[in-house]
Design a protein around this ligand. Structure first.
Ligand code: NAD
Length: 481
């Protein structure tokens, strides 16, 4: 791939090529509803070639020096940063986030490669003796084998690097299926890794308009040994059943329904600042998005008013235009879902403080919206909104707030705003989640173990333990003479 060309072909065994069938599918710009590119549409036949290419080099790749794998990641990290503007423009065109946010994602996504370049050379083991003293136990760690990576559209670069980084560091080969809305960023990333020296076959990218057939082929085919999936809980559950047919290792980063608690003693300006990030990052299309705000009655009016004031001042528009704060939602279905959830909450008594009506014209735009007096029966209390809508419920008693916050099948992240240290720890401990933002509206960081409990997923990505998802333990029993 040259620097200026946008890659649109499949990347299998180190070669760029059209789909075997010659089919393509169209990537749409959600701000304009106009085509961005035609991308090769991978089929099951292409998927088969890809997994075979990954399997063919697994053994050799596993034996490469950790330092070699580390340096490929490090070079790719630098190349990604060098191409910040180019990658940001691709992301904005295919999924809508404003350019400033897209640049932020480039820095965030690249950091997974730097982080795992540092982890690649620190894969350790263990050495002990059995209790009776008769045997040595040596524990080594080996790459799990060819991996299936499946990512969503909301962070087209970072969701890829969060999986590819540890897989490369651990010595795994992989087939990668990006979301059909955002294949261009994934293909650009493959070009960068190729340039950074990744050997042919280690990474194979198969965009497709038929994810069901392609992914099923990999999960049930018996060659791949690991699934790392990020996406909705419904699709995740389906893939778990398919992965069960070959007893495959799985890491599942699924949906969320994050509670955002604002206590009576909270610093309200700080809480509003955090809410702006937790709610509006990526137009509200994040798994970590604050979905339900529980605010103490004594500060509810002030919080809602200040939040609405901040949100009203934002500019909604094409993410590629200067000055845009809020880009479009991903597609018409996403827009209609948000509009339906707001209408339902209003029908059940919620009050609109700002926003509340979809923007007319081309593009899938919904304005930042604040709702108060949202009742527990409103559908958005039990559904990922995936849009810029803050739904506020008032509480009097903290125990009730915690109970309501935990009254969901999801458990990815929770946010707590309080200035009291005992309350801060107590509430953080009581929330049934994998991550807590304590007076913080952003938890994602490559150095931290990202993931959820309950139906938000299995396993963790990032941090010191992120590489474990791609390693198996092997134990050697050696008698002592
Ligand atoms: P999605 O589940 O629709 O799609 C995710 C991926 O799965 C895409 O690549 C898609 O092509 C593929 N897919 C869809 N149907 C499939 C099938 N039948 N078989 C195999 N693959 C299939 O999710 P989305 O709309 O792309 O992303 C939004 C969801 O992702 C939200 O629920 C969000 O919370 C979640 N998400 C979670 C995290 C996390 O780390 N926990 C991060 C980002 C997004």
């Amino acid at each position: 791939m040259t620097e200026s060309r946008i890659a649109t072909e499949l990347y299998i065994d180190g070669k760029w090529a059209p789909a075997e069938s010659g089919a393509t599918f169209t990537v749409i710009n959600p701000a304009t509803e106009q085509p961005v590119a035609e991308v090769a549409d991978g089929s099951v036949a292409d998927a088969e070639r890809a997994i075979r290419a990954a399997a063919a080099v697994q053994r050799d790749w596993a034996r490469t020096a950790p330092r070699e794998r580390s340096e490929i990641l490090r070079r790719a990290y630098e190349l990604i940063l060098d191409r910040t503007d180019e990658l940001a423009a691709i992301m904005t065109a295919e999924m809508g986030k404003p350019l400033a946010e897209a640049r932020g994602e480039v820095a965030y996504g690249a950091e997974f490669f730097r982080w795992f370049s540092e982890e690649a050379v620190r894969i350790g083991g263990d050495h002990t003796t059995t209790g009776d003293g008769k045997n040595r136990i040596i524990v080594t760690r080996e790459p799990v084998g060819p991996c299936v990576l499946v990512t969503p559209w909301n962070f087209p670069l970072a969701m890829g690097t969060r999986k590819i980084g540890p897989a490369i560091a651990a010595g795994c080969t992989m087939v990668f299926k990006p979301a059909e809305q955002t294949p261009l960023t994934a293909l650009a990333l493959a070009g960068i890794l190729e340039e950074a020296g990744l050997p042919a076959g280690v990474l194979n990218v198969v965009p497709t308009s038929n994810p069901g057939a392609v992914v099923r082929h990999w999960l049930e085919g018996g060659i791949a040994r690991k699934l790392s999936f990020t996406g909705s809980t419904d699709v995740g559950k389906l893939l778990l059943t398919q992965a069960a047919t070959t007893v495959m290792r799985t890491s599942m980063e699924l949906g969320g329904n994050a509670p955002f608690l604002v206590c009576a003693d909270a610093d309200i300006d700080r809480a509003v600042e955090g809410a702006m990030i937790a709610k509006l990052r990526n137009m509200g299309e994040t798994c970590t998005a604050a979905n339900r705000f529980f605010v103490h009655r004594s500060v509810a009016e002030e919080f809602a008013t200040k939040l609405a004031d901040r949100m009203t001042s934002l500019t909604v528009g094409d993410g590629a235009a200067d000055g845009t704060d809020i880009g479009p939602l991903i597609d018409r279905a996403g827009l209609e879902k948000v509009a339906r959830l707001v209408a339902d909450a209003r029908d059940r008594g919620a009050r609109v403080v700002t926003g509340g009506t979809a923007v007319e014209g081309a593009g899938y735009f919904y304005p930042p919206t604040v709702l108060t007096d949202v009742g527990p029966d409103a559908e958005l209390m039990s559904t990922e909104i995936f849009g810029p809508v803050a739904a506020i419920t008032v509480f009097d008693d903290e125990e009730d707030a915690v109970q309501a916050a935990n009254d969901t099948e999801w458990g990815l992240v929770g946010y707590v705003y309080t200035q009291d240290v005992d309350r801060a720890f107590s509430l953080s401990e009581q929330l049934e989640v994998g991550m807590v933002g304590l007076n913080a509206g952003l938890v994602s960081n490559p150095a931290a173990p990202f993931g959820g409990v309950k139906q938000s997923g299995l396993g963790r990505e990032g941090g010191r333990i992120g590489i474990d998802e791609f390693l198996e333990y092997k134990y050697l029993a050696i008698p002592r003479s």
